[in-house]
Design a protein. Structure first.
Length: 221
């Protein structure tokens, strides 16, 4: 039986002590280190080389999301189970994007937490039932919000007239139609389209149209 090398990361010393008490007695788990914040976790993990990191989300210095992303970017990265008092929300999605393999709530019993550690060590992602239900509810809305926010930030880099042209491209108008709508020459429209693609790293008019759609600009009047 292979022993799972476990690193505990939480800014509350009492929580770490409780986890040590709950998990340290398992025959197949060895607690190889502790850390009080994400930055410390990176240093400790480099030394003890855990198989699994049980990671709190909200900590000083560096939170668990940033630490998870950095840990997972390392060669031979440990698996990460995020331990939190919060139910599924944007924090859950961010942690999963950062590379976390599982989520359990801090009020889960020792058996559930231990099962999560064992599952991710075996390569099986795990979410607590409460998190899974809420994640299914919120994922679609959160993804839309993230996509819209990102698109709006990119469109915000455009000058006013470039933005106007981008919106008309999104409405499927030709250069001539845009020129007539915005009272500019076709050559000026072409120049604006070229600058839009250069500024935003886009390759064609379809990408411009998709971007302004994601930004919600086609709904504005």
């Amino acid at each position: 039986m292979n022993t799972i090398r476990l690193l505990l990361v939480d800014d509350d010393a009492l929580v770490r002590s409780g986890l040590t008490f709950m998990l340290g007695g398992a025959d197949d788990v060895e607690i190889v280190g502790e850390a009080a914040d994400g930055a410390q976790a990176l240093d400790v993990a480099a030394t003890v080389r855990p198989d699994v990191v049980l990671m709190d989300i909200r900590m000083p210095v560096m939170d668990g999301l940033a630490a998870t992303e950095r840990l997972r970017a390392r060669p031979e990265a440990p698996e990460v189970v995020v331990l939190t008092t919060f139910h599924a929300d944007e924090q859950v999605l961010r942690a999963l994007r950062a590379g976390a393999a599982g989520f359990v709530l801090k009020d889960a019993g020792p058996a559930e937490i231990l099962d999560a550690v064992r599952s991710v060590a075996a390569g099986d992602p795990v979410l607590s039932p409460a998190v899974t239900r809420q994640l299914m509810t919120h994922a679609a809305a959160s993804e839309r919000e993230i996509r819209t926010a990102g698109a709006r930030e990119r469109v915000g880099r455009l000058a006013d007239r470039e933005r106007d042209v981008a919106v008309e491209v999104g409405r499927g108008k030709s250069n001539a139609e845009i020129a007539a709508t915005l009272y500019m020459s076709v050559a000026t429209v072409k120049a604006h389209v070229s600058r839009i693609m250069t500024k935003l790293g886009l390759n064609n008019r379809v990408q411009i149209a998709l971007l302004v759609h994601d930004a919600g600009l086609l709904e504005e009047r």
